[in-house]
Write a protein that binds this ligand. Structure first.
Ligand SMILES: [Fe+2]
Length: 282
């Protein structure tokens, strides 16, 4: 370690080796278990390709990625934050949607749903002209690229906040969905632990504006039965939406059958660098 020039690398490696050795002592890892562990780590890489990332899936399934999010947002973990994991399904170049417009690009049966987001800075001033990507699963629990019945870019859109820092869209209420568990390492782990593979229903939101750290968020539906047992540990109390059920007709759209649902949520951006992540899959 003494010859490592980069101080941060030295710090990380000292802690990593200390914790790895402590872990081996703690569980008294056998030679057979060690060989099994190296095989599992090799398989995590082998299963990762352009359309699937087993390493990221495992990091979430062990609660590591949400911990990294919480430590690096909300004033470095001091306060609550709307930040959450990006997840594998974000795509660049979502089609433009006007505020109040619909995300539906093909008929998608399900309860009508409207989402209104307010984007503010730490002083509660509205952030005008922020670029907002939104994407979510269908009421059947499938993202458009997983589902031949959905049109390209269905349930996705790119919006811009208005003079009051607000964006809004109409859609259908998302459903929870299982992460992939067939023939993979994460699936083996979940079966061994008797864990279900589901993520609770959520809407993904990514907000970018120069001068602010890009906010990557997931807003959860409070009526999902698996909020307490998200397989990827993404749910925090702050991310659970205040979902309103409407039994009256929709004032803007007479075609909407009650009951329909609405969510109103405020996103606080932190000062920082505005940059977009690399899409996890193609
Ligand atoms: Fe998702």
């Amino acid at each position: 370690m003494a010859q490592t020039n980069d101080p941060r690398l030295r710090e990380i490696m000292i802690a990593l080796v200390r914790h790895l050795h402590d872990f081996v002592r703690d569980v008294r890892l056998t030679e057979e278990e060690f060989r099994a562990a190296t095989a599992i780590i090799a398989k995590l890489g082998q299963l990762t390709n352009d359309t699937h990332n087993e390493v990221v899936l495992m990091a979430g399934s062990l609660g590591v990625s949400p911990l990294v999010v919480l430590l690096n947002n909300g004033n470095n973990g001091a306060t609550e934050t709307a930040a959450s994991m990006l997840g594998p399904f974000w795509r660049m170049h979502s089609p433009r949607v006007e505020n109040g417009g619909s995300l539906l690009r093909s008929p998608t049966p399900g309860p009508a749903f409207t989402f209104t987001g307010h984007v503010i800075d730490r002083d509660e001033a509205p952030i005008v002209g922020a670029e907002v990507d939104v994407w979510h699963s269908s009421p059947a629990g499938l993202y458009e690229q997983q589902d031949p019945e959905q049109a390209e870019m269905n349930l996705r859109g790119k919006l811009t906040t208005d003079d009051t820092g607000t964006f809004s869209f109409r859609s259908v209420k998302p459903a929870g969905y299982p992460i992939p568990t067939d023939g993979n390492v994460v699936g083996d782990l979940l079966r061994a632990q008797n864990r279900h593979p589901f993520r609770p229903a959520h809407v993904h939101v990514l907000v970018a504006k120069p001068g602010f750290k890009t906010l990557i968020s997931q807003i959860y539906m409070p009526d999902d039965p698996r909020l307490e047992s998200d397989v990827q540990f993404g749910v925090t109390r702050h991310l659970i939406a205040d979902l309103v059920t409407h039994d009256e007709p929709h004032s803007d759209d007479p075609n909407v059958q009650p009951p329909w649902y609405s969510v109103d949520y405020t996103f606080v951006l932190e000062p920082g660098e505005s940059k977009l992540p690399k899409p996890p899959i193609k």
